[in-house]
Design a protein around this ligand. Sequence first.
Ligand SMILES: Cc1cc2nc3c(=O)[nH]c(=O)nc-3n(C[C@H](O)[C@H](O)[C@H](O)COP(=O)(O)OP(=O)(O)OC[C@H]3O[C@@H](n4cnc5c(N)ncnc54)[C@H](O)[C@@H]3O)c2cc1C
Ligand SMILES: NC(=O)c1ccc[n+]([C@@H]2O[C@H](COP(=O)([O-])OP(=O)(O)OC[C@H]3O[C@@H](n4cnc5c(N)ncnc54)[C@H](O)[C@@H]3O)[C@@H](O)[C@H]2O)c1
Length: 472
Amino acid sequence: MEHFDLVVIGSGSGNSLIDERFAGLRVAMVERGVYGGTCLNVGCIPTKMFVLPADHAIAPEQARRLGVDQQTTAVHFSQIRDRIFGRIDPISAGGKQWREQSENVTVFTGTGRFVDNHTLEIALQGEDEPVRISGDRFVLAAGSRATLLDVPGANDPQVAPKVHTSDTIMRLAALPERLVILGGGYIASEFAHVFSAYGSQVTMINRSERLLRREDEEISERFTKIISRRVNLQLNQQVVRVEPHRGDVVVVTQDPNGIEYSYPADVVLVAQGRVPNGDGLELERAGVETDQQGYVVVDEQQRTSQAHIWALGDVSSPYQLKHVANHEMRVVQVNLLAEIAGEQATVSSDHRFVPHAIFTEPQIASVGATEQELREAGTPCITTVQAYGDVAYGWAMEDADHAVKLISDPAAETLLGAHIIGPQASTLLQPLIQAMSFGLGVEEMARGQYWIHPALTEVLENALLGLVEQRG
Ligand SMILES: Cc1cc2nc3c(=O)[nH]c(=O)nc-3n(C[C@H](O)[C@H](O)[C@H](O)COP(=O)(O)OP(=O)(O)OC[C@H]3O[C@@H](n4cnc5c(N)ncnc54)[C@H](O)[C@@H]3O)c2cc1C
Ligand SMILES: NC(=O)c1ccc[n+]([C@@H]2O[C@H](COP(=O)([O-])OP(=O)(O)OC[C@H]3O[C@@H](n4cnc5c(N)ncnc54)[C@H](O)[C@@H]3O)[C@@H](O)[C@H]2O)c1
């Protein structure tokens, strides 16, 4: 049995872990799917490359408000798709090739599962017999996978090929005429924008009364209203079955009164969350604990219940975000190197202010607590909602929909949460993340620097001043 100093399972953020500092060690990289993981191949990167053309496609609607008539005459779906994957696929293939050529790393293409806490069995692709390897240390970076549709009819051979997840929807042969999206979270919201902008008739089916329910209510309510202008939005409906019908799929739903509705589709996108991949690793045989939702349990230093096994990213992190996976990867990297050098692991992950952005239209970005979370926890707070339309750049935009919501303690000393819906939300949020991360006070941030006039960032300045004015 081949022995390694380090075995890494998963080539997403796990691949970035192995840098030149590991050159003196024998490392195994085990990957069953496309090299480079979710973000590169089927996640953040291609989705955002689909979003930007969508933003351009709907630009005429926004221009019309400003007195400019322009027209989107065509969206070339297959060209966009081929351009995106023509760029991404070679990066993945090149990354794998580069790893395979490295002297100290052996790439195993196959599915790994534990035999015991130092032994991994790998079902190699294209081989009848699995191999076993042993390791002194392991890093679990096995990510998460899309939840599949689990209703009657989903496995019908006429239906199944038309039901997609985010893994496959971006590689469709042609733009669907009618797309039904199941779910109301990140993926549903981003693809609703993309496909409706490209010209598909999009129906979104959500089981509750608001989309993006984990966002602050102010944001979630605004988004639900705004997107309903562009898609056929069906709220408070649960999918009960899917059926074939003359070459199409019909999604059948039920409302809380038991009334059934039917939505015909060429393509169905299931976007109902992602589950961690720990279950496929037979972690119980290695003595690695998981929680009730299946996430690998880690301590602050990313160590699992087995001292020599570490975990990072979606397999252990309910945030399910790439910047979190990368942050945790750097923590594991430093701690591993310290231990290998005979020193103590000392670095902890910092999950105090984890931001996220949803690249739908309008963009949404958020960091810290929502108002509901604070109220439920009984934490006193004050809030302010600053409309884009009330600052000079917002006048130029003739903006009516978008806003920044800030939350602080009652004395307006510290920001507790920041939530933005509107153009450039993901960029506008960054100074607020910085303020929270480095403990910059609300008034100090508002008054202690110049704000470029009349830039859109004045919406942040005014929001901060809104808190200062209200302080008790
Ligand atoms: C459509 C979509 C859009 C997204 N957009 C964003 C975004 O804009 N911003 C953001 O921050 N995040 C985004 N995310 C989330 C982000 O992609 C993930 O949080 C991140 O990629 C997780 O990285 P990871 O290294 O933990 O796992 P992954 O990148 O998923 O890597 C895990 C790897 O492990 C492999 N693996 C699993 N089990 C085994 C096994 N038993 N044996 C061998 N190999 C195995 C898998 O094949 C996979 O390649 C998006 C996700 C999706 C699906
Ligand atoms: N921009 C980004 O950062 C980005 C983009 C895409 C995905 N992601 C990551 O990927 C993860 C997965 O995305 P997602 O949109 O699939 O998950 P999500 O958790 O954001 O949303 C899941 C949606 O499915 C619904 N749902 C869940 N189970 C259901 C059921 N049984 N019946 C009906 N509805 C159900 C939920 O109510 C919710 O609306 C996200 O949580 C996020 O962390 C991030």
